[in-house]
Ligand binder design. Structure first.
Ligand SMILES: Cc1cc2nc3c(=O)[nH]c(=O)nc-3n(C[C@H](O)[C@H](O)[C@H](O)COP(=O)(O)OP(=O)(O)OC[C@H]3O[C@@H](n4cnc5c(N)ncnc54)[C@H](O)[C@@H]3O)c2cc1C
Length: 396
């Protein structure tokens, strides 16, 4: 493993860091007190969309997208540097994230020339924002069980059914929808993927609010929704393969978050919070727990690097993806739990106080951290993958 960056990579980092410092409006930066990967209101959403447009005009959106689709055609290392700098600048998650990371690459892989011409150009500048319509009330981990039905009516489909946990659908213009087109086929073989305009008559988006109070995702209902045949993505009844492309990109972008800054803040909190008349940091048991978090974060960093090395060598994705997902999301939960232990009742008050000025940060950590153990494949599912494909354990 080579830890050095090449002069070109260093130059790329410097250029992006400098551009962010000069152009990122400070009031758009995340204060880390909330967990708003999806904007909390339309005004914030529109301001973030304008920010995406500014970034795009300067060539900083879709750095690894192929040049023919408007990207920079840069390599994986540039993407890693881009993410490190973007996160360090505390810049907001781009509203077009779902399209940039999941839907766009899926359309590039499976779309007809006509579909690529129509749908790809508006993605990079954020002119069209997408949602991912996969999960249903009885189809999450077992996604192939999905029941939303699309009936072939010649030149169009008629869609009826319901999706759930649809992140950002309250703002999205389009949705990549998985539907059942052949109810008689084995369940993986009767699914198709559709590109659906969310303004179409018969679609209702209803909010689902997280325990933090944040409106992150939605239920989306489809009642006799007409979708032109031209919007079928990939071959009819081959939607499972299309969705595999999307999920592969989703797993690649999940679990990559660094927890180092959070742990540093937690340690400084432990130095301030009183425990029996002394700072909590003086308690060797508490110190041990905090140090263990730091060790876990460091181990995670090297697992991430191992995963990157594998990608650089052009090797197929290894077990690191699932290991990263489980350990990264569960480390987030442990950080929240230690914050809860340090702050006691203060941890459940979503408001700063004289004793804990940054209480909202810890409230959100504590309450929101568990969602990452569910999205993009739950911890149990990741453990199944590790058990079966890495350790070779029997299925039953
Ligand atoms: C923050 C967030 C954002 C999301 N955004 C989107 C989105 O934009 N679009 C979208 O389509 N979906 C989205 N999802 C949904 C997500 O993909 C599902 O929640 C996830 O796949 C789990 O499915 P489920 O919720 O139906 O749980 P289930 O699959 O019903 O699982 C329930 C429990 O059973 C366990 N379990 C299930 N099967 C097994 C098994 N075989 N072995 C062991 N344990 C098992 C699970 O681990 C879990 O603990 C989002 C979820 C979250 C939390």
């Amino acid at each position: 493993m080579d830890f050095e960056y090449s002069p070109e990579q260093e130059a790329f980092r410097k250029e992006f860091r400098g551009w962010l410092a000069a152009n990122l409006p400070p009031d758009l930066c995340l204060d880390d007190a909330s967990d708003d990967r999806v904007a909390s209101d339309r005004e914030t959403f529109e301001r973030r969309r304008a920010w995406q447009k500014t970034m795009h005009a300067a060539g900083w959106v879709g750095v690894t997208w192929p040049k023919e689709y408007g990207g920079r055609g840069a390599g994986l290392m540039e993407r890693v540097i881009w993410e490190e700098e973007y996160q360090a600048a505390r810049a907001p998650v781009l509203p077009g994230n779902m399209a940039l990371n999941l839907v766009g690459p899926t359309i590039i892989a499976w779309g007809s020339d006509e579909q690529k011409r129509r749908f790809i150009p508006p993605i990079l500048p954020g002119d069209e924002v997408w949602a991912q319509g996969f999960s249903e009330p009885n189809a999450g981990s077992d996604l192939a069980n999905l029941q939303t039905r699309a009936v072939d009516r010649g030149d169009h489909f008629v869609v009826n059914g319901q999706k759930v946990w649809t992140s950002g659908a309250q703002y999205a213009h389009w949705i990549l929808l998985l539907v059942r087109t052949d109810p008689d086929a084995p369940k993986h073989r009767g699914i198709s993927a559709l590109l659906v305009d969310l303004k179409t008559k018969g679609i209702t988006v209803r909010p689902l609010v997280l325990a933090t109070g944040h409106h992150h995702f939605n239920e989306v209902f489809f009642e006799d929704v007409i979708v032109p045949k031209a919007n079928l993505l990939g071959p009819l009844n081959q939607g499972w393969k299309v969705s595999t492309t999307t999920l592969m990109h989703e797993r690649h972008s999940a679990g990559g978050r660094s927890h180092t800054a959070q742990i540093a803040r937690l340690i400084s909190l432990a130095k301030r919070v009183d425990r029996g008349g002394r700072p909590a940091w003086d308690d060797p048991v508490m110190r041990q727990r905090l140090v263990q978090l730091a060790i876990d974060a460091e181990a995670l960093k090297y697992t991430r690097l191992r995963s990157l090395t594998r990608q650089f060598r052009g090797e197929p994705p290894g077990p690191e993806g699932s290991i990263l997902k489980v350990s990264g999301s569960e480390l987030g939960v442990r950080i929240g739990d230690v914050a809860g232990e340090l702050l006691g009742m203060h941890a459940i008050v979503n408001e700063g106080s004289a004793m804990v000025p940054d209480a909202p940060r810890w409230f959100n950590r504590l309450v929101a951290a568990r969602q990452y153990t569910i999205s993009a494949g739950t911890s149990e599912i990741q453990r199944n993958i590790i058990g079966e494909r890495v350790l070779g354990l029997p299925k039953d």
